[in-house]
Design a protein around this ligand. Structure first.
Ligand SMILES: C[S@@+](CC[C@H](N)C(=O)[O-])C[C@H]1O[C@@H](n2cnc3c(N)ncnc32)[C@H](O)[C@@H]1O
Length: 364
Protein backbone atom coordinates (compact mmCIF):
# COMPACT_ATOMS: atom_id res chain seq x y z
CA UNK A 1 0.00 0.00 0.00
CA UNK A 2 1.23 3.53 -0.79
CA UNK A 3 2.45 5.81 1.94
CA UNK A 4 0.90 9.27 1.63
CA UNK A 5 4.34 10.66 0.78
CA UNK A 6 5.43 8.26 -1.96
CA UNK A 7 4.78 9.11 -5.57
CA UNK A 8 4.72 5.54 -6.82
CA UNK A 9 4.52 2.27 -4.91
CA UNK A 10 4.91 -1.47 -5.49
CA UNK A 11 2.30 -3.22 -7.57
CA UNK A 12 0.58 -5.85 -5.48
CA UNK A 13 -0.84 -9.06 -6.91
CA UNK A 14 -4.44 -8.15 -6.19
CA UNK A 15 -3.99 -4.83 -7.98
CA UNK A 16 -2.64 -6.71 -10.99
CA UNK A 17 -5.76 -8.89 -10.94
CA UNK A 18 -7.99 -5.82 -10.67
CA UNK A 19 -6.19 -4.27 -13.64
CA UNK A 20 -6.62 -7.42 -15.70
CA UNK A 21 -10.37 -7.32 -15.06
CA UNK A 22 -10.51 -3.63 -15.93
CA UNK A 23 -8.56 -4.14 -19.15
CA UNK A 24 -10.64 -7.09 -20.32
CA UNK A 25 -13.83 -5.24 -19.62
CA UNK A 26 -12.70 -2.10 -21.46
CA UNK A 27 -11.59 -4.22 -24.43
CA UNK A 28 -15.27 -5.01 -24.82
CA UNK A 29 -16.76 -1.73 -23.55
CA UNK A 30 -14.94 0.72 -25.85
CA UNK A 31 -15.92 -1.03 -29.12
CA UNK A 32 -19.50 -1.78 -28.04
CA UNK A 33 -20.30 1.68 -26.69
CA UNK A 34 -18.51 3.56 -29.44
CA UNK A 35 -20.47 1.63 -32.07
CA UNK A 36 -23.69 3.41 -31.18
CA UNK A 37 -22.60 6.62 -29.43
CA UNK A 38 -20.65 9.54 -30.86
CA UNK A 39 -18.94 10.23 -27.58
CA UNK A 40 -18.12 8.05 -24.58
CA UNK A 41 -16.31 8.86 -21.37
CA UNK A 42 -13.99 6.93 -19.10
CA UNK A 43 -13.54 8.44 -15.64
CA UNK A 44 -10.75 7.29 -13.35
CA UNK A 45 -11.74 9.02 -10.13
CA UNK A 46 -8.68 8.02 -8.09
CA UNK A 47 -6.20 7.76 -10.90
CA UNK A 48 -2.90 7.42 -9.06
CA UNK A 49 0.47 8.24 -10.72
CA UNK A 50 -0.12 6.02 -13.77
CA UNK A 51 2.65 3.58 -12.97
CA UNK A 52 4.07 1.43 -10.21
CA UNK A 53 7.59 1.23 -8.81
CA UNK A 54 8.93 -1.14 -11.46
CA UNK A 55 7.29 0.73 -14.32
CA UNK A 56 4.13 -1.39 -14.48
CA UNK A 57 1.19 0.61 -15.83
CA UNK A 58 -1.49 2.00 -13.54
CA UNK A 59 -5.19 2.09 -14.32
CA UNK A 60 -5.22 5.36 -16.36
CA UNK A 61 -2.49 4.07 -18.69
CA UNK A 62 -4.13 0.66 -18.97
CA UNK A 63 -7.44 2.26 -19.93
CA UNK A 64 -5.92 4.70 -22.42
CA UNK A 65 -3.68 2.07 -24.04
CA UNK A 66 -6.66 -0.29 -24.35
CA UNK A 67 -8.55 2.37 -26.30
CA UNK A 68 -5.49 3.18 -28.45
CA UNK A 69 -5.08 -0.52 -29.26
CA UNK A 70 -8.79 -0.84 -30.11
CA UNK A 71 -8.50 2.16 -32.45
CA UNK A 72 -5.40 0.61 -34.07
CA UNK A 73 -7.34 -2.63 -34.65
CA UNK A 74 -10.23 -0.67 -36.22
CA UNK A 75 -12.52 -1.75 -33.43
CA UNK A 76 -13.79 1.77 -32.73
CA UNK A 77 -16.18 3.70 -34.90
CA UNK A 78 -13.81 6.38 -36.32
CA UNK A 79 -16.42 9.10 -35.80
CA UNK A 80 -16.86 8.26 -32.12
CA UNK A 81 -14.85 10.25 -29.62
CA UNK A 82 -13.44 8.62 -26.51
CA UNK A 83 -12.75 11.03 -23.68
CA UNK A 84 -10.77 10.23 -20.57
CA UNK A 85 -11.05 12.15 -17.34
CA UNK A 86 -8.36 11.32 -14.81
CA UNK A 87 -8.74 12.77 -11.32
CA UNK A 88 -5.91 12.59 -8.80
CA UNK A 89 -5.61 14.62 -5.64
CA UNK A 90 -1.90 14.23 -4.92
CA UNK A 91 0.08 16.82 -6.86
CA UNK A 92 3.24 14.82 -7.52
CA UNK A 93 1.24 11.75 -8.61
CA UNK A 94 -0.83 13.95 -10.83
CA UNK A 95 2.26 15.46 -12.47
CA UNK A 96 3.79 12.02 -12.90
CA UNK A 97 0.63 10.83 -14.65
CA UNK A 98 0.64 13.90 -16.90
CA UNK A 99 4.24 13.23 -17.93
CA UNK A 100 3.43 9.61 -18.82
CA UNK A 101 0.38 10.61 -20.82
CA UNK A 102 2.27 13.30 -22.69
CA UNK A 103 4.55 10.61 -24.13
CA UNK A 104 1.70 8.89 -25.96
CA UNK A 105 0.57 9.44 -29.51
CA UNK A 106 -3.18 9.56 -29.63
CA UNK A 107 -5.50 8.92 -32.54
CA UNK A 108 -7.56 12.01 -33.43
CA UNK A 109 -10.69 10.70 -31.66
CA UNK A 110 -9.09 9.91 -28.28
CA UNK A 111 -8.63 12.80 -25.84
CA UNK A 112 -7.84 13.05 -22.17
CA UNK A 113 -7.81 15.54 -19.39
CA UNK A 114 -6.09 15.31 -16.02
CA UNK A 115 -7.62 17.12 -13.07
CA UNK A 116 -5.38 17.53 -10.05
CA UNK A 117 -8.05 17.68 -7.41
CA UNK A 118 -10.48 15.75 -5.29
CA UNK A 119 -12.78 13.26 -6.97
CA UNK A 120 -16.04 14.40 -5.43
CA UNK A 121 -15.41 18.12 -5.79
CA UNK A 122 -14.12 17.82 -9.36
CA UNK A 123 -16.92 15.62 -10.60
CA UNK A 124 -19.61 17.52 -8.72
CA UNK A 125 -18.61 20.77 -10.39
CA UNK A 126 -18.43 19.07 -13.83
CA UNK A 127 -21.91 17.59 -13.32
CA UNK A 128 -23.26 20.94 -12.05
CA UNK A 129 -22.04 22.49 -15.27
CA UNK A 130 -23.72 19.77 -17.33
CA UNK A 131 -26.99 20.27 -15.42
CA UNK A 132 -26.77 24.05 -15.83
CA UNK A 133 -26.40 23.70 -19.57
CA UNK A 134 -29.21 21.13 -19.61
CA UNK A 135 -26.88 18.67 -21.23
CA UNK A 136 -26.40 15.01 -20.60
CA UNK A 137 -23.37 13.07 -19.47
CA UNK A 138 -22.01 10.90 -22.29
CA UNK A 139 -22.20 7.13 -21.68
CA UNK A 140 -19.60 6.65 -18.97
CA UNK A 141 -17.61 3.98 -17.25
CA UNK A 142 -16.48 5.37 -13.90
CA UNK A 143 -13.72 3.51 -12.09
CA UNK A 144 -13.71 4.58 -8.46
CA UNK A 145 -10.68 3.15 -6.76
CA UNK A 146 -9.86 4.92 -3.49
CA UNK A 147 -7.56 3.70 -0.74
CA UNK A 148 -10.16 4.21 1.94
CA UNK A 149 -13.74 5.34 2.24
CA UNK A 150 -13.67 9.11 2.32
CA UNK A 151 -14.61 11.21 -0.71
CA UNK A 152 -16.76 8.55 -2.40
CA UNK A 153 -20.21 9.71 -1.31
CA UNK A 154 -23.20 7.83 -2.59
CA UNK A 155 -24.65 11.12 -3.85
CA UNK A 156 -22.04 11.33 -6.61
CA UNK A 157 -22.58 7.69 -7.64
CA UNK A 158 -26.29 8.41 -7.81
CA UNK A 159 -25.68 11.44 -10.03
CA UNK A 160 -23.53 9.45 -12.45
CA UNK A 161 -26.04 6.62 -12.63
CA UNK A 162 -28.92 8.99 -13.39
CA UNK A 163 -27.56 9.40 -16.90
CA UNK A 164 -28.25 6.81 -19.55
CA UNK A 165 -25.70 4.08 -20.22
CA UNK A 166 -23.46 5.02 -17.30
CA UNK A 167 -21.88 2.46 -15.08
CA UNK A 168 -19.58 2.33 -12.08
CA UNK A 169 -16.97 -0.01 -10.70
CA UNK A 170 -16.06 0.71 -7.12
CA UNK A 171 -13.34 -0.67 -4.89
CA UNK A 172 -15.36 -1.09 -1.74
CA UNK A 173 -13.39 -1.37 1.47
CA UNK A 174 -15.92 -3.33 3.47
CA UNK A 175 -13.32 -4.57 5.98
CA UNK A 176 -12.22 -1.03 6.66
CA UNK A 177 -15.81 0.08 7.25
CA UNK A 178 -16.43 -2.85 9.53
CA UNK A 179 -13.40 -2.01 11.64
CA UNK A 180 -14.14 1.67 11.90
CA UNK A 181 -17.91 1.80 11.92
CA UNK A 182 -18.07 2.74 15.57
CA UNK A 183 -15.40 5.42 15.52
CA UNK A 184 -17.12 8.78 15.83
CA UNK A 185 -14.87 10.44 13.26
CA UNK A 186 -15.64 7.80 10.61
CA UNK A 187 -19.39 7.67 11.15
CA UNK A 188 -19.96 10.78 9.01
CA UNK A 189 -17.87 9.34 6.20
CA UNK A 190 -19.86 6.12 6.32
CA UNK A 191 -23.12 8.11 6.23
CA UNK A 192 -21.88 9.82 3.08
CA UNK A 193 -20.54 6.64 1.52
CA UNK A 194 -23.84 4.85 2.03
CA UNK A 195 -25.95 7.94 1.34
CA UNK A 196 -28.12 7.43 4.41
CA UNK A 197 -27.96 7.27 8.18
CA UNK A 198 -30.21 4.19 8.26
CA UNK A 199 -27.25 1.86 8.38
CA UNK A 200 -26.66 3.00 11.95
CA UNK A 201 -29.66 1.11 13.33
CA UNK A 202 -29.45 -1.69 10.82
CA UNK A 203 -25.76 -2.43 11.20
CA UNK A 204 -24.82 -1.08 14.60
CA UNK A 205 -27.70 -2.28 16.73
CA UNK A 206 -26.99 -5.97 16.65
CA UNK A 207 -23.23 -5.72 16.57
CA UNK A 208 -22.59 -9.39 17.18
CA UNK A 209 -24.44 -10.43 14.06
CA UNK A 210 -23.76 -7.56 11.69
CA UNK A 211 -20.36 -7.54 10.07
CA UNK A 212 -18.65 -7.10 6.74
CA UNK A 213 -21.09 -9.23 4.76
CA UNK A 214 -24.04 -7.15 5.93
CA UNK A 215 -22.21 -3.95 5.02
CA UNK A 216 -21.67 -5.24 1.49
CA UNK A 217 -25.31 -6.31 1.33
CA UNK A 218 -26.39 -2.86 2.49
CA UNK A 219 -24.26 -1.09 -0.10
CA UNK A 220 -25.45 -3.40 -2.87
CA UNK A 221 -29.04 -2.57 -1.97
CA UNK A 222 -28.23 1.13 -2.09
CA UNK A 223 -26.65 0.73 -5.51
CA UNK A 224 -29.65 -1.26 -6.71
CA UNK A 225 -31.73 1.85 -6.16
CA UNK A 226 -29.81 3.48 -9.05
CA UNK A 227 -28.54 0.54 -11.12
CA UNK A 228 -30.59 -2.33 -12.48
CA UNK A 229 -27.80 -4.86 -12.11
CA UNK A 230 -25.36 -4.84 -9.23
CA UNK A 231 -22.64 -7.38 -8.66
CA UNK A 232 -20.11 -7.56 -5.91
CA UNK A 233 -17.00 -9.59 -6.48
CA UNK A 234 -14.91 -10.49 -3.50
CA UNK A 235 -11.21 -10.30 -4.12
CA UNK A 236 -9.31 -12.71 -1.89
CA UNK A 237 -5.64 -13.45 -1.52
CA UNK A 238 -4.03 -16.90 -1.62
CA UNK A 239 -4.77 -17.31 2.10
CA UNK A 240 -8.47 -16.88 1.38
CA UNK A 241 -8.55 -13.52 3.16
CA UNK A 242 -10.75 -10.85 1.69
CA UNK A 243 -8.87 -7.82 0.44
CA UNK A 244 -11.82 -5.82 -0.84
CA UNK A 245 -14.94 -6.03 -2.96
CA UNK A 246 -15.17 -4.82 -6.50
CA UNK A 247 -18.73 -3.63 -6.86
CA UNK A 248 -20.10 -3.12 -10.32
CA UNK A 249 -23.34 -1.30 -11.15
CA UNK A 250 -24.87 -1.12 -14.61
CA UNK A 251 -28.21 -0.85 -16.34
CA UNK A 252 -27.06 -3.01 -19.21
CA UNK A 253 -27.40 -6.78 -19.24
CA UNK A 254 -24.69 -6.87 -21.89
CA UNK A 255 -22.42 -4.86 -19.58
CA UNK A 256 -23.10 -7.35 -16.79
CA UNK A 257 -22.33 -10.27 -19.10
CA UNK A 258 -19.05 -8.68 -20.26
CA UNK A 259 -17.99 -7.95 -16.69
CA UNK A 260 -18.68 -11.53 -15.67
CA UNK A 261 -16.68 -12.78 -18.65
CA UNK A 262 -13.78 -10.56 -17.58
CA UNK A 263 -13.88 -11.94 -14.05
CA UNK A 264 -14.11 -15.57 -15.17
CA UNK A 265 -11.16 -15.19 -17.49
CA UNK A 266 -8.76 -13.30 -15.30
CA UNK A 267 -7.59 -15.70 -12.67
CA UNK A 268 -5.79 -18.10 -15.00
CA UNK A 269 -2.89 -18.40 -12.56
CA UNK A 270 -5.10 -19.45 -9.70
CA UNK A 271 -3.30 -16.97 -7.41
CA UNK A 272 -6.51 -15.20 -6.57
CA UNK A 273 -9.99 -16.29 -6.00
CA UNK A 274 -12.86 -14.06 -6.88
CA UNK A 275 -16.18 -14.98 -5.51
CA UNK A 276 -19.40 -13.58 -6.78
CA UNK A 277 -22.08 -12.65 -4.29
CA UNK A 278 -25.18 -12.93 -6.37
CA UNK A 279 -27.39 -13.31 -3.38
CA UNK A 280 -26.66 -13.90 0.29
CA UNK A 281 -27.09 -17.66 -0.13
CA UNK A 282 -25.17 -18.08 -3.30
CA UNK A 283 -21.45 -17.52 -3.39
CA UNK A 284 -19.57 -18.98 -6.28
CA UNK A 285 -15.83 -19.15 -6.60
CA UNK A 286 -14.39 -18.28 -9.95
CA UNK A 287 -12.31 -21.29 -10.80
CA UNK A 288 -10.65 -22.43 -13.95
CA UNK A 289 -13.68 -24.51 -14.91
CA UNK A 290 -17.17 -23.46 -13.88
CA UNK A 291 -19.20 -26.00 -11.91
CA UNK A 292 -21.93 -26.83 -14.42
CA UNK A 293 -23.59 -29.26 -12.00
CA UNK A 294 -24.23 -26.40 -9.66
CA UNK A 295 -25.60 -24.26 -12.49
CA UNK A 296 -27.82 -27.14 -13.63
CA UNK A 297 -29.28 -27.36 -10.11
CA UNK A 298 -30.00 -23.62 -10.17
CA UNK A 299 -31.75 -23.94 -13.54
CA UNK A 300 -33.86 -26.87 -12.38
CA UNK A 301 -34.82 -25.01 -9.20
CA UNK A 302 -35.85 -22.00 -11.20
CA UNK A 303 -37.60 -23.63 -14.16
CA UNK A 304 -38.88 -27.04 -12.96
CA UNK A 305 -42.26 -27.76 -14.61
CA UNK A 306 -42.12 -24.57 -16.67
CA UNK A 307 -41.91 -23.85 -20.38
CA UNK A 308 -39.49 -21.04 -21.26
CA UNK A 309 -37.46 -19.71 -24.17
CA UNK A 310 -33.71 -20.11 -24.47
CA UNK A 311 -33.47 -16.32 -24.12
CA UNK A 312 -35.22 -16.43 -20.74
CA UNK A 313 -32.79 -19.08 -19.57
CA UNK A 314 -29.80 -17.02 -20.72
CA UNK A 315 -31.14 -13.86 -19.05
CA UNK A 316 -31.67 -15.76 -15.80
CA UNK A 317 -28.10 -17.08 -15.85
CA UNK A 318 -26.57 -13.68 -16.51
CA UNK A 319 -28.64 -11.66 -14.07
CA UNK A 320 -29.39 -14.08 -11.26
CA UNK A 321 -26.42 -16.41 -11.05
CA UNK A 322 -22.67 -16.06 -10.94
CA UNK A 323 -22.25 -18.06 -14.15
CA UNK A 324 -21.98 -17.21 -17.81
CA UNK A 325 -24.51 -18.40 -20.36
CA UNK A 326 -21.88 -19.18 -23.00
CA UNK A 327 -21.60 -22.97 -22.67
CA UNK A 328 -24.97 -23.97 -21.28
CA UNK A 329 -26.20 -25.45 -24.54
CA UNK A 330 -23.40 -27.98 -24.78
CA UNK A 331 -22.71 -28.47 -21.06
CA UNK A 332 -26.25 -28.55 -19.69
CA UNK A 333 -29.14 -28.49 -22.15
CA UNK A 334 -27.81 -31.02 -24.63
CA UNK A 335 -27.04 -33.66 -21.95
CA UNK A 336 -30.49 -32.98 -20.42
CA UNK A 337 -32.14 -33.58 -23.77
CA UNK A 338 -30.18 -36.79 -24.39
CA UNK A 339 -30.69 -38.13 -20.82
CA UNK A 340 -32.75 -41.27 -20.40
CA UNK A 341 -35.42 -40.35 -19.58
CA UNK A 342 -35.01 -36.82 -21.02
CA UNK A 343 -34.97 -33.99 -18.48
CA UNK A 344 -36.19 -31.35 -20.90
CA UNK A 345 -38.62 -31.36 -23.82
CA UNK A 346 -38.27 -29.09 -26.86
CA UNK A 347 -41.23 -27.69 -28.77
CA UNK A 348 -41.11 -27.39 -32.55
CA UNK A 349 -38.60 -28.48 -35.16
CA UNK A 350 -34.80 -28.20 -35.01
CA UNK A 351 -31.83 -30.53 -35.04
CA UNK A 352 -31.65 -32.55 -31.82
CA UNK A 353 -29.09 -31.16 -29.39
CA UNK A 354 -29.19 -27.65 -30.86
CA UNK A 355 -30.99 -24.70 -29.32
CA UNK A 356 -31.28 -21.84 -31.80
CA UNK A 357 -32.78 -18.46 -30.86
CA UNK A 358 -36.42 -18.75 -29.93
CA UNK A 359 -36.19 -22.43 -28.89
CA UNK A 360 -38.95 -23.26 -26.41
CA UNK A 361 -37.91 -25.61 -23.64
CA UNK A 362 -39.97 -27.42 -21.00
CA UNK A 363 -38.17 -28.50 -17.84
CA UNK A 364 -39.78 -31.85 -17.03
C1 LIG B 1 -5.69 3.07 -4.95
S1 LIG B 1 -4.83 4.44 -5.57
C2 LIG B 1 -5.30 4.45 -7.26
C3 LIG B 1 -4.67 3.43 -8.08
C4 LIG B 1 -5.05 3.48 -9.53
N1 LIG B 1 -6.50 3.56 -9.70
C5 LIG B 1 -4.53 2.26 -10.24
O1 LIG B 1 -5.24 1.25 -10.24
O2 LIG B 1 -3.42 2.29 -10.77
C6 LIG B 1 -5.75 5.81 -4.97
C7 LIG B 1 -5.26 7.15 -5.46
O3 LIG B 1 -6.25 8.11 -5.11
C8 LIG B 1 -5.61 9.32 -4.73
N2 LIG B 1 -6.58 10.06 -3.90
C9 LIG B 1 -6.78 10.00 -2.57
N3 LIG B 1 -7.83 10.76 -2.21
C10 LIG B 1 -8.31 11.31 -3.35
C11 LIG B 1 -9.41 12.14 -3.66
N4 LIG B 1 -10.21 12.60 -2.70
N5 LIG B 1 -9.65 12.47 -4.94
C12 LIG B 1 -8.83 12.02 -5.94
N6 LIG B 1 -7.77 11.23 -5.70
C13 LIG B 1 -7.51 10.86 -4.43
C14 LIG B 1 -4.36 8.87 -4.02
O4 LIG B 1 -3.36 9.90 -4.06
C15 LIG B 1 -3.96 7.64 -4.83
O5 LIG B 1 -3.06 7.99 -5.84
Amino acid sequence: MAKPSTKVWDLEKHTEAKHAILKRYLQAWFPILSSFNDRILYIDGFAGPGEYSKGEPGSPIIALDTAIAAAGDNKLKPKAEILFLFIEENKSRCEHLESLLAGRTLPHNIKYSVECGKFNETLTSALDQIDKQKQSLAPTFAFIDPFGISDTPFAIIERIMKFKRCEVMITFMSGFINRFKEHPKDIDHIDALLGTKNWRHELLEDKEKKGEEEIVEFYQERLKSVAKYVRSFEMKNGLNQTIYRLIFGTNSILGLRKMKESMWKVDGQGTFTFSDRTDPFQTVLFELKPDYNDLKKLLINQFRGRTVTIEEINAFIVTETAYLDSKIKTEILKPMEYANPPEIRIEGKRRKGTFPDGTIITFI
